[in-house]
Design a protein. Sequence first.
Length: 266
Amino acid sequence: MSVNFAFLDSGTGGLPYLKYLKTEKPDATCVYVGDTKNFPYGEKSREQIIEKSAGCVKKIIEKWNPDAIVVACNTISVSALDELRKRFPETPFIGTVPAIKPAAKITKTKRIGLLATNATVNHPYTKKLISDFAGGCKVFSLGAPELISFIEHNYYYSTHAERLNAAKPACDFFRENGCDVIVLACTHFLNMSDEIKEAAGENIKVVDSRDGVTRHAFDVVPAEKISALNLFHSELYVTGFTESNDSQRYISFCQQNDIKFGGLLK
């Protein structure tokens, strides 16, 4: 079976990208692969990120032959995107990178908060983005592996108060440093963008790269290539279970998001 878009992420946190794309083009056929066996990517070396993500891409191409692969993960994008394009030259890739440029355009204090994985925070690509597009700004970067883990494992079963409490330390850090914009530079954070906005307060704007990624995806796969038949719902696949109840958890997760759970990607 061939699909229009395959999404690759280190877990299931980048699902808002698929949902946003499907809102814009409901007829697009999509599969989403979360490399849950190797989560989290943000604490891995560049070599590990490349090899793990390349292994997933190989399976995706063999199984679905997508028109394009959306790398719905900032960490994979900044660390491995160039290498993935070299290894799989016949497949178009759409990367997800921190929205530094739009943040620099709207900040008034010239103090920007960057919320990301440790790998993204420390990567030379991110530092170049800051140098190229936010040279006149002070960027306060924060790696937040605990918040990413909370979103991956607990978000859909947590209360509003628990989500606010999880977001509060990061938002407090940026507020204390005078930031008036926060860049959500890990796709997991998009799941909690409303709570992050609430915890940040009305004087801080929160930005992400969702719109830019989706527009680029439709440039790569034009409307005439997207089937009007929509023969199947979007499907989620994972690469491994870490807990005994993971299968049921993913089934429940998919039901909440109107997605079919396809099981393990083998």
